[in-house]
Design a binder for this molecule. Structure first.
Ligand code: C5P
Length: 397
C-alpha cells in the first residue's frame, strides 16, 4: 500500500478530486487530503474525509495538528504528493517557492516526488507566465501532466481541462513505480561536436566530429535525472530529451558558453575543439589573388582552463581522440590537463561519424577498457559510471 498526499486546489475541476480519491482507494492506496482555502469553495472537507476515510487538512494554523503532527511530518509521511487540480495560482506559488498556506508549505518542505495535474482556463494555461512556471516546476523535478483538451466549464475550448481521474491515477501509479533518478539535482555540462573556425565569411576549418557521442552522453545523463547543459558545435543532430542546448560555432564561442554555464557538478568535454583559429579575412578571399597563407593563433584550451578555474567541477572528464598508442597518450593527457578522467577513443578507424565506439577510461586509479559498443551504450555506461562516482560508497554492514 502506498501513501498519497493529495492537495486539492481551488478550481471548478476540484469536484473530480472526489472521484480521484475513490479510484486511488480502489487501487489499494491510502489517501490523505489537503484542501486549499479556494478548494473548499468547490468541494467540502466532509466529502474528501468520507471518501479517503481520513482526516482532511485545511489550515496551517490548526495548532492541534501542529502538536499532533507537524506540517513537515505530514509532507514526509507520503510516498508521493499529488496536486490535483493544480490551478494557475498554485502552480505559480509552487514555482516561486512560496509557503503562504498549508498546501505550499507542505510542497516546499517535502523531500518526496511531486506530481501535478493542471486545470485552468485555456488562456491561463497558454499565458507566458504559466508556461514559464510549468517549465520551472519541470526543471525542479516535478512531474507536470499535460492537461486534457476540450470544451471548458467557462465556455472556451482548448488545453487546460483536468486530466480524467483514471488518467491521473495511472500517472500516480507510474510515478510510484519510477525508480529514483540517480542524477537528480545534479547540473552537468557537456560539450560536443566540432568547432568551425572561419577563414573568411564563406570558408572555415573544421574536423570530422559528428557530435553523436557527446549528444548521446547528454541524453543518457538527462535520462538519469541530471539537469544537462549541452554546448554544441555546428551539427544538425536533434536535441536529446530534457537537455538544454546552446549552439556555438567557434572554439572561442564555446569557451564563453562553457563559462556562462558554470557552476556545474560535472563537466564532460566531448567536443573536438579546433586547436587554432585563423585570423579571418573580413571579405571573401578571391581566387586569382596571390595564394593566401593562413595565419593561425592558438584557441583557448577549454578543458585545461576549467581544470584550473576556481569553479572547477567536482568531476571533470575530458576526451582524447587518438590514432596510435591510445592509452599511453590518454594517461599523459590526464596528468597534463589535470582532469579526473580521460575517456580515450581510438579514432584511427571509422569512429568519427560512425555508430560505435571503443573507449578506455583513464582515472587516477588506473585503466578500464570497455568493449566496442554503440555510442548510445557507451553513453549509458558512462552516465552510470558518473552516478557511481557521485554517490559515496555505502559502508559495509
Ligand atoms: O589536447 P586535446 O585536444 O587532445 O584534448 C582533448 C580534450 O580536451 C577533449 O576533452 C576536448 O573537448 C578538450 N579540449 C578543449 N578545448 C580545446 C581543446 C581540447 O576543451 N581547445
Amino acid at each position: 500500500m502506498k501513501r498519497i498526499l493529495l492537495i486539492v486546489g481551488g478550481g471548478i475541476a476540484a469536484y473530480k478530486a472526489s472521484e480521484l480519491v475513490r479510484l486511488l482507494r480502489k487501487r489499494g492506496h491510502a489517501v490523505r487530503c489537503v484542501l486549499t482555502e479556494a478548494g473548499q469553495h468547490f468541494v467540502t472537507p466532509m466529502t474528501l474525509a468520507a471518501l479517503s476515510e481520513d482526516k482532511v487538512y485545511t489550515t496551517l494554523w490548526d495548532l492541534k495538528d501542529e502538536a499532533e503532527m507537524g506540517h513537515i511530518q505530514l509532507s514526509r509521511q507520503a510516498d508521493l504528493i499529488v496536486v490535483a487540480p493544480a490551478t494557475a495560482d498554485l502552480i505559480a506559488r509552487m514555482a516561486g517557492g512560496l509557503a503562504n498556506d498549508l498546501a505550499t508549505t507542505l510542497l516546499l518542505a517535502t523531500d518526496k516526488p511531486v506530481l501535478a495535474a493542471p486545470a485552468m482556463n485555456v488562456r491561463m494555461w497558454l499565458h507566458p507566465a504559466t508556461v514559464r512556471n510549468v517549465a520551472q516546476l519541470r526543471a525542479d523535478g516535478i512531474t507536470v501532466m499535460a492537461p486534457d483538451e476540450g470544451p471548458m466549464a467557462c465556455g472556451e475550448f482548448g488545453p487546460g481541462r483536468l486530466p480524467e481521474p483514471d488518467r491521473i491515477a495511472d500517472a500516480i501509479d507510474a510515478a510510484l513505480e519510477a525508480k529514483p533518478q540517480r542524477l537528480a539535482g545534479r547540473h552537468i555540462l557537456v560539450t560536443a561536436g566540432p568547432t568551425h573556425e572561419p577563414i573568411d565569411p564563406v570558408r572555415y576549418i573544421a574536423n570530422r566530429s559528428s557530435g553523436r557521442q557527446g549528444f548521446a552522453i547528454a541524453g543518457a545523463l538527462a535520462a538519469l535525472g541530471a539537469r544537462v547543459t549541452l554546448v554544441a558545435g555546428p551539427v544538425t543532430l536533434p536535441t536529446p530529451a530534457g537537455v538544454t542546448r546552446i549552439d556555438v560555432e567557434t572554439a572561442r564561442e564555446m569557451a564563453d558558453a562553457v563559462d556562462r554555464a558554470l557552476p556545474v557538478d560535472v563537466a564532460i568535454m566531448v567536443a573536438a575543439v579546433a586547436d587554432w583559429h585563423v585570423d579571418a579575412a573580413v571579405q571573401k578571399i578571391k581566387k586569382g589573388d596571390a595564394t593566401p597563407t593562413l595565419s593561425l593563433s592558438e584557441n583557448p584550451d577549454i578543458l585545461a582552463t576549467l581544470a584550473r578555474s576556481p569553479q572547477r567541477p567536482a568531476l571533470l572528464i575530458g576526451f582524447a581522440a587518438e590514432t596510435e598508442r591510445v592509452v599511453e597518450h590518454a594517461t599523459a593527457k590526464r596528468a597534463r590537463k589535470d582532469v579526473d578522467w580521460i575517456v580515450a577513443n581510438d579514432v584511427s578507424g571509422d569512429v568519427m561519424g560512425g555508430d560505435s565506439n571503443s573507449v578506455h577510461i583513464v582515472t587516477k586509479d588506473g585503466l578500464e577498457s570497455w568493449p566496442r559498443q554503440g555510442k548510445d551504450a557507451v553513453a549509458a555506461q558512462l552516465a552510470r559510471r558518473v552516478a557511481d562516482a557521485l554517490e559515496p560508497a555505502q559502508p559495509m554492514r
